[in-house]
Write a protein that binds this ligand. Structure first.
Ligand code: SF4
Length: 162
């Protein structure tokens, strides 16, 4: 995978202590994006998935994996491998995306849909500068939603995390 970086003990990318992978590459180009260095799909560093897995499993206090970016759904296959391994290790999986849940569910590629099915909570939607907020946990703008993916897929409607 090409990644922009990792944080092994994040407390800002979801609940508890999280292993966060910042995926390299994003086509959304949201004005005001805080991570413009992650946009170039050829930037960042090539990192073997197996090494990321070893790092993720090295801390027994870790509660979950968070896929951030960049756009994780632009490297769906690598992210899927990470998410499956996280679940096998008893970790939760959160994922940020500049796309929407509905787009990924209805128009995503097979790989993107497979990744979506492996996510517990999706923080969806682009960062919108005029909607920027520092008051809502785990998101940068008010339009972004915290979606319980499995319940939403089962119910065929968006169910938000309470
Ligand atoms: S989706 Fe995220 S990384 Fe991509 S441009 Fe928007 S805010 Fe930046």
């Amino acid at each position: 995978m090409r990644i922009a970086g990792i944080v092994q003990d994040s407390i800002v990318d979801g609940p508890g202590l999280r292993f966060t992978v910042f995926v390299q590459g994003c086509h959304h180009a949201c004005p005001g994006c805080h991570n413009p260095q992650t946009h170039d799909p050829l930037g960042g560093t090539e990192y073997p998935v197996a090494e990321l897995l070893a790092k993720m499993r090295s801390n027994p206090l870790t509660d979950g994996l968070t896929l951030s970016g960049g756009e994780p759904f632009e490297q769906s296959e690598g992210c899927l491998a990470l998410a499956q391994a996280a679940h096998e290790s008893g970790l939760t999986v959160w994922c940020y995306t500049g796309s929407t849940f509905e787009f990924l569910r209805d128009q995503g590629t097979p790989a993107q849909r497979s990744l979506l099915r492996e996510v517990d909570v999706l923080v969806d939607g682009p960062f919108i500068l005029s909607e920027r907020t520092l008051c809502l946990p785990w998101r940068g703008s008010r339009n972004q939603r915290l979606i319980c993916v499995q319940q939403s897929l089962d119910a065929s409607q968006v169910i938000l995390l309470k």
